[in-house]
Ligand binder design. Structure first.
Ligand code: ATP
Ligand code: MG
Length: 335
């Protein structure tokens, strides 16, 4: 924190906020083993921000200097640090994470395709850095949604591969249930350092979650997932709803390539992003979105399978479906 002294509010400088710069009421948004996220309000800017505080992780806070310089529509903006609270201060994303949205709302296909494309643009931006900025923790809870349900990738650049990394990875898997996003080549005793293909694999899993609105390998133990994924099994593609647009097959083909067992066969985001762009363009709903009678946002489209679906997003209880999934034999979770 030697740098801190010269961090102020002048243009181009990285800000180090004091706890006192925020209004007194900090609203806790989420808490996990290593970090807490609060909604805070800056007295000066009169704007809500998110403050993510890390338990004793000074190294992570140091990294934030570099990632804060990155600006792109589909990645989270970092406003500064709050070293007093070992925290990163960033944009507040009013609609929370994709993880929560997928569980609480039914997304229409154009929105699903658009979200896949936007996430892919965010990742392509990170990988277009020289050297590529690896995320290494891409998952639906690190894809956040703004007021208009556009996505931004968050928590990038905080994890770096170094000696003893495999142990840290294992800790991360057990502590956070992230195992679904880790490519199988990482499960070996002495894995090679990860490259861009690591994130591409995680992105394949994210695509599956968006397309199915399910949790990968639900009800399976970590050991089962480890063994099955090592053998080349992946989340079950049949779980994608039947009433899908024809273009979905091409999305599935991209997804299959992203999570290929052979990491050399996985595409780069520079390639993926072109393909998701084309697919999301085809499905785009033309014209403005209007409020319908129920107050939902929705409209007719040229696609017959969209007709009758009034809302861009509609509340739906997945409870009974989830229950039926749980009862099935665990291996039906793989394909
Ligand atoms: P990891 O620490 O590995 O990224 P995680 O994403 O599950 O794990 P957090 O990053 O602490 O945990 O985020 C937890 C939750 O806090 C997110 O799922 C999201 O709902 C909320 N959250 C995080 N950042 C923001 C933000 N900038 N704006 C609004 N909500 C946020
Ligand atoms: Mg996160």
């Amino acid at each position: 924190f030697v740098l801190m002294d010269r961090l102020d509010g002048s243009p181009g400088q990285f800000r180090n906020f004091k706890k006192d710069d925020f209004e007194a009421d900090w609203i806790k948004v989420a808490e996990c083993r290593f970090s807490q996220v609060y909604q805070v309000k800056l007295k000066l800017w009169r704007e809500k921000c998110a403050l993510k505080s890390f338990d004793g992780a000074l190294r992570i806070i140091d990294e934030a200097h570099n990632i804060a310089k990155l600006k792109f529509k589909y990645i989270m903006s970092i406003y500064g640090l709050c070293s007093e609270a070992t925290a990163v201060v960033m944009e507040y994303m009013s609609n929370g994470s994709l993880n929560n949205l997928l569980a609480s709302h039914t997304l229409m296909w154009p929105k699903k395709f658009q979200m896949i494309h936007e996430a892919s643009m965010g990742m392509n931006f990170l990988h277009s850095m020289k050297p590529p900025l690896l995320h290494l923790n891409l998952k639906t809870s690190n894809i956040l949604l703004d007021d208009h349900l556009h996505v931004k990738i968050s928590d990038f650049g905080l994890i770096h591969w170094e000696e003893g990394m495999s142990k840290m990875f294992m800790e991360r898997l057990t502590a956070r249930g992230n195992i679904s996003y880790i490519p199988p080549e990482t499960f070996t005793q002495c894995p090679d350092p990860p490259g861009t293909t690591f994130d591409v694999y995680s992105f394949g899993i994210v695509m599956w979650e968006i397309l199915t609105q399910q949790k990968p390998y639900a009800g399976c133990s970590m050991t089962t997932v480890l063994l099955q994924v090592s053998e080349g099994k992946r989340p079950c593609v049949e779980m994608i709803p039947d009433e899908k647009p024809p273009e979905c097959d091409q999305m599935v083909s991209i997804m299959n390539q992203c999570w290929d067992q052979d990491r050399r066969k996985r595409p780069q985001f520079s390639d993926t992003v072109r393909r998701t762009e084309a697919l999301s363009e085809v499905l785009k709903i033309a014209g403005p979105i209007q409020n319908n009678k129920n107050g939902d946002m929705g409209q007719k489209s040229s696609y017959p399978w969209l007709d009758g679906i009034l809302s861009l997003l509609s509340q739906k209880d997945f409870g009974s479906f989830r229950q039926s999934v749980k009862k099935e034999h665990v291996y039906t979770q793989f394909s």
